[in-house]
Design a protein around this ligand. Sequence first.
Ligand SMILES: [Zn+2]
Length: 200
Amino acid sequence: MTDIDRSLPPRRAPDGSTDPVSLTAAPPPKPRPAKKPTKKDGPSAEVVAVWEAEDGRCEACTRAMDRTCARVATVPPSSVPRLLCPDCTNHRPDPLTTAVVGPLTAQALAGTLATTVEASAAWLVAGLRTYGVLLRLDGRRRRRRYWLPGVGAFTLFQAPASPPVVGGPLGKLRPHPTIRVKPQARTRGLPRLPQPDGAG
Ligand SMILES: [Zn+2]
């Protein structure tokens, strides 16, 4: 050891602590999970199995949905997992029941359907309520994406304290849009679950 080494003052923490552990100890390495769960991981195997058994239809309100939007819950006294949409899971009314169609969307549809703006808006919102397939949820931005089979994909904007607005279409409208209903292909045939009431 040289004089220079000896002359160096001991290192101290900024708060003047002389606790050697706090001076030298590095934070313990955090065990890293092999794979961080992300939204890309998608639904669990159980959800996918129930979703497939019910052809993606909510067992309370019958809303068709993409598997990424599907939820599974047991309803006592039964322990059978049931397929639920996000709204029935949270005992909320379907936002489409109070939705209105944005003016640009209604205008675009009116041109394609060769009808009035009012009639095309009524046609679209009625079609979405009955046959719209819930494709994506974006709770953070308060929007959803629905697909109306045979017509196109639409966005539902859910601003607080005002009725949800249907916007879009996302992509080109077909020349003669016609709702094409695909009957439910599979079901376990369990008794239908009660729907959340409209009171919210
Ligand atoms: Zn539902």
